[in-house]
Design a protein around this ligand. Structure first.
Ligand code: FEO
Length: 389
């Protein structure tokens, strides 16, 4: 794809990675992704905001054939999908300076072996005049690494936000053209990498909102020419508000836990509680993460394997603990053959979740009438707790 004009002197360049299906060897990318870079031409100087994943350097290299000079490479984030081509760009434009903050400088030196003298360090609120184009640097830590920052182009009212507000979505749309699709991709992205940092994200939203923003230009997915679309979504996701929903990841080996899950799901649905059910043998962990953004309660279902929970359940519990969703309540259901410590293991695996443990229902062998009665009682308890919220 060629450079695409955004405003006079400002262009999108970068890569639409249609076929990438996994990020960080962890995160599913069902809809591909993009690595967006931006070129800002002033009357005096030219700045490139971020680069692209190094695997796709050939694309950026071709785009830069029509760019005679780059004076500044603004590195908003040290992760390699944005910084990884900085060495290539420096080789092409040896006089260019890498403009970034102090923390990012250290990380870029560690990750890319960049020489110390290539950097120009900026502080929060510093500006860089390119000649009729002024870049203001806004430090926004933990979206999603400690060094992340945004760049505001004053004259054009464009906020370059890197991962912040991004979406893993391969599309030829320069701007959001299909809001539901982008909302889904952006929420998935938030859930997978931003959710642990809800509190500081709130302050970062407030910080960038003090600028008059016409366009938000993230480094993944399409740009937002209606910034309120993504700002409102983020405000909702990082709020303390939870929904009358349960997320229920589980494994069943011989059917007992499956019966428990089926009964509880039916009991909750009958009580007006929405349930997101994830059989972990076939689960897209991105969808599981998304369901955890809003749910008031997590119920973990597990059989017993060697006294503890099934390893796939341990993985899901570890994921939930790492993502720190705003769930308020938790419960464990499942089964065992002769003895179990599954509940204790799961409880020990989720210390980051600030939840009230509503209860556990573990059946011995196949579930009996008392077990189903206990599940009905758990459903009553969940319904009542949600009503209090
Ligand atoms: Fe898109 Fe944190 O890199």
């Amino acid at each position: 794809m060629q450079l695409r004009k955004i405003t006079d002197g400002v262009s999108w360049l970068g890569v639409v990675d249609w076929n990438r299906r996994l990020f960080d060897s962890l995160i599913p990318l069902p809809d591909g992704t993009s690595y967006n870079a931006y070129l800002v031409r002033g009357t005096d100087k030219v700045a490139l905001v971020d680069t692209v994943d190094p695997e796709t350097w050939d694309v950026l290299q071709r785009q830069l054939e029509e760019v005679d000079t780059v004076d500044y490479i603004v590195a908003q984030h040290a992760e390699q999908d944005h910084s990884g081509c900085i060495p290539h760009v420096l080789a092409k434009y040896p006089a260019a300076k890498v403009v970034t903050n102090t923390k990012a400088k250290g990380m870029l030196m560690d990750l890319l072996d960049l020489p110390e003298d290539c950097f120009m360090i900026v502080q929060d609120g510093d500006t860089l005049d390119l000649g009729g184009k002024t870049l203001e640097f806004i430090l926004t830590p933990w979206v999603h690494w400690p060094e992340t920052m945004c760049t505001y182009l004053t004259e054009d009212r464009i906020l370059f936000s890197c991962d912040f507000f991004g979406s893993h979505l391969a599309t030829t749309d320069l701007y959001v053209a299909d809001p539901p699709t982008v909302y889904e991709a952006a929420k998935r992205y938030y859930a997978e990498i931003m959710m642990p940092f809800k509190t500081i994200i709130r302050s970062n939203i407030a910080k960038v909102e003090t600028r008059d923003i016409q366009i938000i230009a993230p480094s993944h997915g399409p740009m937002y020419d209606d910034p309120a679309f993504i700002l409102d979504a983020y405000r909702d996701w990082v709020s303390d508000t939870v929904k009358n929903e349960v997320v229920l990841p589980y494994i069943s080996m011989h059917g007992s836990t499956q019966q428990m899950v089926d009964h509880l799901v039916g009991a909750l649905a009958a009580r007006g509680v929405k349930v997101h059910v994830f059989d972990l043998t076939v689960t897209d962990i991105g969808k599981l993460a998304m369901a955890m953004v809003d749910a008031a309660t997590i119920v973990i279902g597990t059989p017993t394997v060697q006294v503890g929970p099934h390893p796939a359940v341990v993985y899901a519990a570890h994921l939930a603990n790492a993502l720190r969703p705003k769930v308020k309540y938790a419960a464990v259901i499942g089964s065992y053959g002769w003895a179990t410590k599954a509940v204790e293991h799961i409880a020990g695996a989720i210390p980051n979740l600030k939840v009230d443990l509503l209860g556990t229902v573990m059946c011995k062998g196949i579930p009996c009438a008392d077990d189903f009665t206990a599940l009905d009682a758990l459903a009553d308890q969940i319904k009542d707790k949600h009503a209090e919220l």
